[in-house]
Design a binder for this molecule. Sequence first.
Ligand SMILES: *[C@@H]1O[C@H](CO)[C@@H](O)[C@H](O)[C@H]1NC(C)=O
Ligand SMILES: *[C@@H]1O[C@H](CO)[C@@H](O)[C@H](O)[C@H]1NC(C)=O
Length: 291
Amino acid sequence: MWELGSTSSRATSLNFVVLLCFAVGVELNIELDIPPPLPAEHSIYVDKDQLVDLGNGKQLTVDDIVIGMEFLFERRVLYDKQRWKGMIMEQNPLDAFAIQHFLYKTKPDVLIEFGTNTGGAAVFYAELMTAYNPASHVITIDPFDRVARSHTGYVPEVLASSSPLWGTVVRPIVGIPTWRNISSMVRRLLKEFNASNVFIIEDGRHRRHSVLSNLLMYHDLVKPCGWILVQDTRLDRTLHRAGEGPYAAVKEFLTLAPYYRVRRDFEYYLFTNNPMGWLQKVLPYHDCSAL
Ligand SMILES: *[C@@H]1O[C@H](CO)[C@@H](O)[C@H](O)[C@H]1NC(C)=O
Ligand SMILES: *[C@@H]1O[C@H](CO)[C@@H](O)[C@H](O)[C@H]1NC(C)=O
């Protein structure tokens, strides 16, 4: 059993289990021994208190159901199961579909993703975006090149780098987003792409400090009424607890950049890894209510 709040020991033991299973050729079907999530007063899900009558004498709240699924998602390592055309994507499918809906609605020209991992999600976004704008791009940044092996140790069946979009539409950058050279590389690319509608997905280290630093360094690139999605705000109630995760970063960012608003239009599936994670830049005298 990993200790409360000890991410690295959990990650290390998960890596160990995954590598061990590969070594002995076992189909992965592991369950992690993780502590239960923080109780309902920490819930940030939409409609969290609504009662659901199951017709068998039981009534559960929306929070009971959603956090229960969230717990299973973590315990059964379900985030490692999803594939996009054989590529590892690590995206809750309901969120992936909501993001697809968002991309079609708002049609960003450029998506900047912090946290490439194996790159499957970047290819997924790029395929959707080039369908409405062939000149669109995805800039994806990660401290490590993990295309051939995911951060949890998986070797993808299909490499994201084998996509024809990789290196053309998708521009992978290996480095720390807050490094000056990386930031200026991103800004150079945006000039080259003549981008006006930039959408940012923060899906990197999922730690308060790192998420907040990335948001502060890059949010000027978002136009009025534009959007940022901070992923895995759920982690403040499970893995990171005690305000050290992405949701803590969102709260702090909103006090430092108070013209951003949380919008919950894309949390309609209720089960999401990103509750309170969709932020829109609403400057004075801009009506940003339409999607
Ligand atoms: C960016 O700068 C850091 C040192 O500040 C260096 O280690 C790294 O290799 C540079 N990366 C790129 C892509 O230029
Ligand atoms: C860049 O985009 C703007 C609209 O956002 C357009 O007016 C301009 O012509 C474009 N410039 C080039 C060189 O494509």
